[in-house]
Design a protein around this ligand. Sequence first.
Ligand code: UDP
Length: 405
Amino acid sequence: MRHSVVDYMNIVGEEVIVSIYKLAGKLYNRSMVHINSTYYGGGVAEMLSSLIPLLNDVGISAGWRILKGSPDFFEITKKFHNALQGDSLNLTDNKKRLYLQTNEDFSTYTHIDHDMVIIHDPQPLPLIKFYHKKEPWIWRCHVDLSNPNPDLWNFLKRFIIRYEKVIVSSEQYKKPDLPVEQRIFFPVIDPLSPKNRELPQSVIDSHLRKFKIPTDKPILLQISRFDKWKDPLGVLEVFQKVKQEVDCRLILCGSMATDDPEGWQIYQKVLNRAKPYLDNRDVILITAENHVLVNVLQRSAAVVIQKSVKEGFGLTVTEALWKEKPVVASNVGGIPLQITDGQTGFLFDPMDYDGFARKIVEILNNPDMGREVGSRGKELVREKFLITRLIIDYLHLMDELLNRC
Ligand code: UDP
């Protein structure tokens, strides 16, 4: 069902809704286009699917285009993504050539005639080179930029400096060596989307039946792409430690994004390692792309884990907090923006397997403690990380750039 901004009134209050309409009123007939590289899988696609229709709902002509690329292109950009988060990279001329060629090809059949252009992440970053620029271009980078591979960073900087502004997800990701204004937009979730809306018990039960998920043991859950930075093997190890103390079940759910070719290799590794637990369904691996199922799993979990080694922001954490779940997570990237240890969840060093396991056992033995922490998490999300706030951020940005004289 398509939502209108007024539908959010009960969740965020009248004042927020009125401020959105007021801001939008200054921008009627203005347009913006967002470009990223996948329709689904991962946080960016998730946010755009909610943001774009709601901007249109308040009178902004907002469009969304997807960069088309070959499997080789996405192999390269996944390597770039990993290197931006600190991995090493052999930045060959061939890689650079295919990266630029794909962007140039796309530009020849993608006409841009908007008042503002928002480019998401590194895949479509060089597009700016192939257009006659008539409007402000913004680079919205969602990855952790605190320690990028220097060769890659120098190469990408040649494109970034052509942009009017750079938007990142955390203060730590701002780059002192970038002569472009940088600002922060915290990522958000949509409380009315199929992934986050409240669900009747009958829908929860039918999904659990359909995906053969027994409910006789407490469920530990990590929802994440099968990606090394999300450390699914580490989650399995933590689960094994917890299971020695309390009988429980682990669900790892990660759909395969079209711009992430590494997913199946990592899935296979996890599958091999989880073999002893698969027959009795003590470990369940799910690769379906199903938003209601994610919602059902998050609502059915006793504890939500996010054991990332690096994490741009971690919308899965936001989603779990919104559902008042106790979250045990790594103290990395954007996660501490959402979790204050002991207040809205629990934080550990990603290598502290024992810490993770001990806390999970404690919560399983004391569900009241988990509930209390979970409900504080929900209020934090209401205040800072809902889609209505992102709409306001974009409208402010548009107002600032387009109504500046
Ligand atoms: N997601 C999903 N199905 C999956 C795995 C992930 O719908 O099987 C969603 C998840 O619910 C969240 C987003 O993808 O909305 C992941 O965003 P996050 O910021 O946690 O990580 P990213 O994938 O962007 O690194």
